[in-house]
Design a protein. Structure first.
Length: 197
């Protein structure tokens, strides 16, 4: 069964078109968020998650990057929820401690159906280039809530803001790849004693 989702989200602030394939890791991703740094982070997320991601966003970046970043998180989270359907056969849980030079980030996910983000990633600078470091949390929270995933992100070490952010997005990609992968021992089962997620 193909696990693919297409999401279109249009508001007064953003116009987003997104296509996600959870199982076509060899496909090239094409990402144009209108925010150069976010393009870089999402490319890392898709590559390290082995996801094929096609994304365009036209947003009010003349105001700032907040609306586009948050709305892309919402759209990407929605795409995961749609692609996973009833979540039959997935491993559900995953975690990683990921190094990026001096930065070290812990990421743990539970695709529980109860979206929540528990974020402890302090940055030493307010900006990475022109990108507001507060927007990393905004993206992660929007993604987790709309994907129906419990997400824990914690910085264990790191001084370079670019490296810390990169570690967060790479770690999220790796953790989501494992969590959405099919467990061959339970391929037909929903991974919950309740029988639903």
């Amino acid at each position: 069964m193909e696990r693919i989702a297409e999401v279109k989200r249009k508001t007064a602030e953003t116009d987003i078109s997104l296509k996600l394939n959870l199982d076509d890791g060899l496909a090239e991703s094409s990402i144009d968020s209108g925010i150069g740094f976010l393009d870089h982070m999402l490319t890392l997320f898709a590559r390290h998650g082995s996801f094929a991601l096609q994304l365009t966003c036209h947003g009010d970046t003349e105001v700032d990057d907040h609306h586009s970043t948050e709305d892309i998180g919402i759209a990407l989270g929605n795409a995961f929820a749609i692609a996973l359907g009833e979540k039959r056969g997935i491993r559900r849980y995953a975690s990683i401690i990921l190094p990026m030079d001096e930065a070290l980030v812990l990421c743990a996910v539970d695709i529980s159906g109860r979206g929540g983000c528990y974020y402890d990633v302090p940055f030493l600078t307010e900006k990475i280039g022109t990108f507001d470091t507060q927007l990393v949390e905004e993206f992660m929270r929007a993604f987790a809530v709309h994907a129906g995933a419990t997400l824990h992100l914690k910085k264990l070490a790191g001084t370079n803001s670019h490296h810390v952010s990169e570690a967060c997005f790479k770690a999220l990609g790796h953790a989501m790849r494992e969590a959405v992968s099919i467990d061959p021992m339970h391929a037909g089962d929903i991974p919950s004693t309740k029988g639903t997620l």
